[in-house]
Write a protein that binds this ligand. Structure first.
Ligand code: GLN
Length: 526
């Protein structure tokens, strides 16, 4: 099916894309049908659940963009890296094939931090993406190109990947919705691996109904990804629930940011007291980086007031193990990255050096020239935490913290199984349906002097990385604009309860429509 684009769309696209640089490659206006050719995959890809008519109209005949670490046949698959700059994908990811089958058309590949490592898109080796709200600022990362493209209205939705916040951070920097699904809810087949046990394909969308439809079209188990699965029967349905009615009123746990920052500061004092000055100092800096910017604090309060005004019950919760979330995340993510990125040897794929002494030299030279500084740093860190005799000190400790964080969340949220059996109530009464948290401690930051130092950027992953460590779904949504820049918050839920998150946010959006940057035009129905 050809895309039918309004006559004034292409000039609109060109003028925005020149300013924001969201795409690594795009095909608007470039081929007779203005689109890529969908892969005729035949029977390999499982059927998606049937969508209600009005939901399928939110996908059918409309374009979408895909982060350039997700495979789409015939398109680039650079992962934002020089090493893979010339790679064309020979196949298409399951999630993309499902959307194509639902009538969606890929029109381009979006910019990202190299291999998904970063929070700004500035560690892309290929280009810089600017924030549509203020082009001197970053779009967030690592799925910054996808978020910027949706925020500017260039596509109605775009796929991203979320390993530690990469969909939710740019979504909230750009003022759009960002969904990180439950681990395994969407097949990872065709997603270039960074940290396999933490990540999944997620999406950025302009509206909640669109986000729901696209998620519904993509989700489900896939024989090509053994970690993927269908939602269990106890999971709330995506369609046909009682959102907005009395039955739609939820118990929302609120995780105040101050509690976490204080817990980190206390841990810093404890480590310093125990004689580990370096660890104490690092934790102290992390506590400072976790502090919320004034505008974010304001936005968070607004979200609380509005959610309670909509009839939800808000209760305070505390997840004490979160104070070690960032060190646990970076230990596990870099360990997995060092193994996953070993495949980029320039022999099977990747740019080769002109000349090499022998195969080892070839691999060394290709990786030396092909990987950027952030990627090298993470590979080194990963091999460091895994080196023989030290796993217990770093990697296994991080895994124990990870289990602690998951249990902490389950105490409040339950598990799909425990809810089915009546569950065990959290302190203070019944289980929470969702937990409200900040996404990132700052709004979109600038560059150079106005930027956020690399350590603070990593420490700022605190609020997002815990959903990945626990494997839970999280939905970031904009609550407003403070000082000219969007502010987002996120809701987490029990595994496979994306339906609950979408219900709450859809009801919210109906009363408080999402903001748009100056110059935005709505081209997409829905
Ligand atoms: N900021 C996180 C990181 O740099 C985000 C990673 C991700 O989700 N891909 O690792």
């Amino acid at each position: 099916m050809a895309l039918s684009l309004p006559g004034d769309f292409l000039p609109y696209f060109d003028s925005w894309e020149k300013k924001i640089g969201a795409f690594i490659e795009y095909r608007y206006g470039k081929s007779p049908e203005d689109t890529g050719v969908p892969e005729s995959s035949g029977g390999g890809v499982p059927e998606s659940e049937p969508l209600p008519g009005e939901a399928s109209a939110l996908i059918k005949g409309l374009p979408f963009a895909v982060k350039d670490n997700i495979a789409v046949k015939g398109f680039s698959l650079s992962c934002g890296s020089k090493l893979l700059e010339k790679l064309r994908s020979p196949y298409t990811a399951t999630a993309v094939q499902k959307l194509e089958r639902a009538g969606g058309r890929v029109i381009g590949k979006t910019n990202l931090d190299e291999f998904g490592m970063g929070s700004s898109t500035d560690s892309s080796a290929l280009k810089q993406t600017n924030n549509p709200w203020d082009q001197s600022r970053v779009a967030g990362g690592s799925s910054g190109g996808s978020a910027a493209a949706v925020a500017a209205g260039l596509v109605p939705y775009a796929l991203g990947s979320d390993t530690g916040g990469s969909v939710r951070c740019p979504a909230s920097f750009c003022g759009v919705l960002g969904l990180k699904p439950t681990y395994g809810a969407i097949s990872r087949y065709g997603l270039v691996a960074y940290a396999s046990s933490l990540e999944g394909i997620g999406l950025v969308a302009d509206t909640t109904p669109r986000c729901r439809a696209v998620f519904a079209a993509m989700r489900g188990g896939d024989p090509m990804d053994q970690t993927s699965r269908d939602a269990p029967p106890s999971a709330p349905p995506l369609y046909g629930s009682a959102a907005g009615s009395a039955a739609g009123r939820k118990v929302i746990g609120v995780l105040p940011a101050e509690t976490i920052a204080k817990a980190i500061a206390a841990a810093a004092a404890q480590e310093a007291g125990a004689g580990d000055a370096a660890e104490g100092k690092a934790l102290e800096a992390a506590a400072a980086a976790a502090e919320l910017e004034e505008e974010i604090r304001k936005g968070f309060e607004t979200a609380k007031e509005r959610l309670s005004g909509l009839g939800h019950t808000l209760v305070d919760v505390d997840v004490p193990s979160l104070k070690y979330g960032v060190p646990a995340y970076y230990t596990i993510a870099t360990a997995e990255a060092s193994a996953n990125l070993a495949r980029f040897d320039s022999i099977r794929y990747g740019r080769r050096p002109d000349w090499a002494e022998n195969p080892d030299d070839l691999i060394d030279k290709a990786r030396e020239a092909g990987f950027g500084a952030e990627v090298k740093l993470r590979i080194l860190l990963g091999t460091f935490v895994l080196r023989s005799g030290f796993q217990d000190r770093y990697y296994l400790r991080a895994q124990r913290i990870r289990v602690g964080i998951r249990r902490n969340f389950e105490l409040y949220l339950g598990t799909p199984e425990s809810t089915e059996n009546g569950g065990e109530a959290a302190p203070g009464g019944r289980l929470c349906d969702a937990i409200l948290m900040p996404v990132f401690p700052t709004r979109a930051f600038g560059r150079g002097e106005a930027g956020l130092p690399p350590f603070a950027q990593k420490a700022a992953d605190l609020y997002t990385c815990c959903a990945n460590l626990a494997g839970l779904p999280a939905l970031a949504f904009p609550v407003g604009v403070e000082g000219g820049l969007p502010v987002g918050v996120q809701l987490l839920a029990r595994a496979f309860s994306e339906g609950t998150l979408l219900d709450i946010v859809e009801q919210y959006e109906a009363k408080y429509p999402f903001p748009h940057p100056e110059g935005y035009k709505a081209f997409w129905r829905g």
